[in-house]
Design a protein. Structure first.
Length: 365
């Protein structure tokens, strides 16, 4: 798994960064506010020198990409268990009441999918940033080596070729697609939420965060489509508008709306709002520990126990918990603690079978 992650990460980074070098080094960059003095672009360096410099730059980029790929592979070395669980998942036959998924999804699938989504997203973002820096560096090199003069009219600061634009747009679309997938996974993680009155999805999670995440996932997916369309439709403001709308909804809907709903709707009437979700917590906790199958039986209280009854139930009577653990903790501390070496922090009361007797025992650690 470590080797596979290293190969994939290094391949993606090397491929994108060297592709950016090819697109930029082949005269694909244009500097619209600079103009050549001569009709034919003159280069101060000799062609052989430029070829050697380009190969050295490619080698440096490849080495850096492989090194960064090694860093990406390090977290994957501990993910063998989630991968095996994902590949050998078995349905539980019971679904959650919020999203309707089989409970095995949260135990076997979600841990690996969370890691995979985050890993791929960071890999694509780093590829995007690295490619953009390569284009910018190539622009700077072109500006320094070309004999040019500044044109007085106001022009865009930098213009990419269509090939370079398409390269960056594809990476941006993949990143937004992974972000949309991440919102889908975050919806599932709401079942682990601790923001409500009980553990699990609360009223605010279901009625605020879940709809907002659904909307954000749709916006991110549409943004990815818009970036892909922008490869063929030359509307420069369209990708920026898509990203801007996504950021605005994420800011307002991701934090402000859930906070207002919690304060204005849930807190004034928390018992009735959270009752359904507290019931979910109790129901599934009992099912997880097998407590839903416990048989309940009523016993009539018989007053006036006689010695014969006490003798018949002596083992039960001996196990009635009467010991106070607090003075016992102090006593053990005074008798057995060695200063600056170890200390007793807790006393637990349990029952063990010692010989033929089932006896109450205190454990101190």
């Amino acid at each position: 798994l470590f080797l596979a992650a290293w190969v994939v990460a290094s391949g993606v980074l090397v491929g994108n960064w060297l592709l950016a070098r090819r697109l930029a080094g082949a005269g694909q960059m244009t500097v619209p506010w600079l103009r050549q003095r001569r009709t034919q672009h003159q280069i101060t360096a000799e062609p052989t020198t430029r070829v050697i410099a380009a190969r050295v730059a490619d080698a440096v980029l490849a080495v850096v990409a492989v090194g960064v790929g090694l860093l990406f592979a390090l977290p994957a070395r501990n993910m063998w268990m989630p991968v095996l669980q994902y590949l050998n998942a078995t349905p539980f036959g019971q679904t959650d009441p919020v999203l309707g998924r089989d409970l095995s999804y949260y135990v076997f699938d979600l841990p690996w999918l969370n890691f995979l989504q985050g890993w791929l997203l960071w890999l694509v973002l780093l590829s995007l940033v690295g490619a953009a820096l390569v284009y910018l560096a190539s622009y700077s090199a072109e500006r320094l080596t070309a004999q040019v003069q500044i044109v007085g009219e106001r022009q865009p600061w930098l213009r990419l070729s269509r090939s370079a634009e398409r390269h960056l747009l594809i990476l941006g679309a993949i990143a937004l697609g992974l972000i949309a997938w991440g919102y889908r996974l975050r919806m599932a993680r709401l079942l682990y939420s601790t923001t409500g009155a009980s553990y699990g999805a609360s009223y605010t999670d279901v009625h605020a965060r879940l709809p907002v995440m659904t909307l954000l996932a749709i916006i991110a997916a549409l943004g990815a489509v818009i970036l892909l369309v922008s490869m063929f439709v030359r509307v420069r403001w369209l990708p920026w508008a898509a990203v801007g709308v996504w950021l605005l909804v994420a800011l307002l809907g991701g934090s402000l709306y859930p906070s207002l709903l919690q304060r204005l709707v849930v807190v004034p009437n928390e018992v009735s709002r959270e009752r359904e979700y507290i019931d979910h917590t109790i129901q599934f906790t009992q099912a997880a520990y097998g407590l839903s199958e416990v048989a309940e039986a009523d016993f009539d209280v018989v007053e006036g126990a006689v010695p014969l009854d006490l003798d018949a139930n002596s083992s039960t009577i001996k196990n009635i918990r009467l010991w106070d653990y607090r003075p016992l903790l102090r006593t053990f501390g005074q008798l057995q603690e060695i200063r600056l070496y170890y200390a007793f922090t807790d006393v637990d009361v349990d029952r063990y079978r010692l010989g033929d007797d089932y006896r109450q025992v205190t454990l101190v650690a």
